[in-house]
Ligand binder design. Structure first.
Ligand code: GAR
Length: 201
């Protein structure tokens, strides 16, 4: 299945998708970043994947940025759009266009800790468990139907960094697995609910 991956940073989730691409039936046609400095762009180049940078600061509105982003994505006619650490709020026009085929990974056990600094916030809240969620992207920021989660225990001496590292290990396993379900045609979105093999998740 042809896919486009959107990133803003280090791209370690992108790397796990690249490493698993054959196994999960994914052909990454392009990687798009809103930041020129994103290390993930180098990872894409190493893997001979075309890259695009669309600097959001050069646009006066979210709508204009999303329009160019959408045009860039559509060149590749992807069947799946993967947000792998893409740190932008998207307009409803954009999310609605790709409903049912756009996925995001978020480093918390949603609906807990939407937004930023999830690891520190989990520590501050005294959580005993933390983790990662993969969800369909809808209008609501970090709020679309949840597909799968992985949990880690919060340890007494955890810092935000140590927790983030353990969650990332889970992210790198979970995201390719969910993408695989979709490339196999097992995962669908119906009436704001995710289904795997016809069973509501
Ligand atoms: C990951 O932890 C991902 O879950 C998070 O950004 C990081 C990107 O790391 N995404 C979000 O916070 C989205 N709201 P990576 O660039 O190394 O994959």
């Amino acid at each position: 299945m042809k896919g486009v991956v959107l990133i803003s940073g280090s791209g370690s989730n992108l790397q796990s998708l690249i490493d698993n691409a054959n196994h999960i039936g994914l052909e990454i046609e392009a990687v798009i970043s809103n930041k020129e400095s994103a290390y993930g762009l180098e990872r894409a180049q190493q893997a001979n994947i075309p890259i695009h940078t669309i600097n959001h600061q050069q646009f006066s509105s979210r709508e204009e940025f999303d329009q160019i982003l959408s045009q860039t994505i559509d060149q590749y006619q992807p069947e799946i759009i993967i947000l792998a650490g893409f740190m932008r709020i998207l307009t409803p026009e954009f999310t609605q266009k790709y409903t049912g085929k756009m996925f995001n990974i978020h480093p918390s056990l949603l609906p807990k800790f939407q937004g930023l600094n999830t690891h520190q916030r989990a520590l501050d809240a005294g959580e005993s468990e933390h983790g990662v969620s993969v969800h369909f992207v809808t209008d609501e920021l970090d709020g679309g139907p949840i597909i799968a989660q992985s949990r880690v225990n919060v340890l007494a001496d955890d810092s935000a960094d140590s927790l983030a590292k353990r969650v990332l290990v889970e992210e790198h396993k979970l995201f390719p697995e969910v993408v695989h379900w979709f490339t196999q045609g097992r995962l669908t979105l119906k009436d704001s609910q995710a289904f795997l093999d016809g069973q509501a998740l």
